[in-house]
Structures are given as structure tokens and as C-alpha cells.
Write a protein that binds this ligand. Sequence first.
Ligand code: ADP
Ligand code: MG
Length: 238
Amino acid sequence: MGFLDIKQATKSYGSLRVLHETDISIEEGEFLVLVGPSGCGKSTLLNMIAGLEDITSGEIAIKGKSMNGVKPADRNIAMVFQSYALYPNMTVAGNISFGMEMHGIAKPEREKRIGQVADLLQISHLLDRKPGQLSGGQRQRVAMGRALVREPDVFLFDEPLSNLDAKLRVDMRTEIKKLHQKLGTTIVYVTHDQIEALTLSTRIAVMFGGYVQQLGTPKEIYDNPANMFVAGFMGSPS
Ligand code: ADP
Ligand code: MG
């Protein structure tokens, strides 16, 4: 048993199966990257972990407890999306606080966590601003802060950097990696970018056509691709 277990999970829309029997066991503190071309089922799998999509068959469990039928709000999971939908009329502090308020966390504790996370993400000087007064990178930090203060068991990212320009993408990649090293949070991170997958992950699941083609460390995947698809997609010379 892992920390987060995906067991024989499938997803179908009507008669269309978009995720075939998938088994992934994720240890606490792992940084698992789901990588693959558009339409291969990455977001579907992530959304099933978050509870935003029902699972058609199989099971997803966290710390041994089945999440099947458990509402998103009752899973101790936080998610960061590509479109970091911040509330435009709330300040940065308000945005970060909101989810904690929903979960009944008292004000002194909220303020403590906001301070810690703002410090960590270097956004302390932005707490009184509105999202409209922030750059793309700053907004993405706020979105991450909002997820982090929840102190989730699992942190899910769906292509969080794909709206940023190339330079910022590299900077944020480094920041996310540092954050993971510092906090040891369990992360499942979706990207279609091979370099992002290779640099961020402790393990990678390469997906295509609703199947996990290979699951392994960056080195295993790069040095020893399981098939032609993985070799081609990950840009290995073999
Ligand atoms: P990725 O995130 O890897 O780009 P998705 O998980 O979003 O891929 O989608 C996987 C497949 O499922 C795609 O073929 C997509 O068209 C299909 N799909 C996603 N959502 C729905 C839906 N609500 N109804 C029907 N098909 C869907
Ligand atoms: Mg997607």
C-alpha cells in the first residue's frame, strides 16, 4: 500500500473509454509527473484523484482509505490549475484565506499560515493587492499559496506553467522543485512538457491513448524507454 493508490482505475464517457485500467502506487513525498500528448487522459486521471470526475471502475485510495464517492471538499487534496482562477475582487490575502475559511479554520491560524506561505513564496509584499495588479508569475504564486495553506495530503497540478512565458516557466519550475524539497509534499503534476517531467519528478508516468505506457524514474524512462512511443516522446536517442 502506498500513500496514494490508483487501483485498476478506468474512466469512460458513455461507450468511449478514455482511461484504461491504471495502477499507480505513490509513496508519501513523491513527485509523480503524468506526461503525454494532449488528449491522452492526464487531466482525467488528475480530476479523478481530486474527485472532480467520478471513477468508472477501480479505486483511488489515500492512506488506505477509499476515495470512491468522497466529495472533493472532503478529500484532503489541493489543486492548482493552468488558469489560476483567483477571485478578482479579493486581495491576495483574501484569496489565500478563502479556502481555509470554507474549512472552518479560525482567524489566528489562518493569519499564521498566510504569513508562512507568503514568506515561502515571496509574496508577502503583495498581500494587500488585487489579482489585477499582479503579473502572471505572481498570480501563479498566489494560486500555489492558496493550495499550500490548506496543508493538503496531496497536491495536484494541472499544467500550472503552460500560460507563462518561457523564462518565467523555467523560474517557476525551479521554485516548485525547491518547494517540494523543502516541504516534502506528495505531488501529482500533469504536463505535456518532457523537460518539465524529467527535471521535476521523482517518478514519471508516460501516458498515451488512455494507457500508462511506462512508469519509472526519470533515468529509467530516459535510458530505457519501454516502447517506441516512449522513446519518441521523451526524445531518447534509442
Ligand atoms: P489530457 O489532459 O491528457 O490532454 P484529457 O484527460 O483532458 O486529456 O482527455 C482525455 C480524453 O477524454 C480526450 O480524448 C478527451 O476528448 C476526452 N474527454 C475529456 N472529457 C470528456 C467529456 N466530458 N466527455 C467526453 N470525452 C471527454
Ligand atoms: Mg489536460
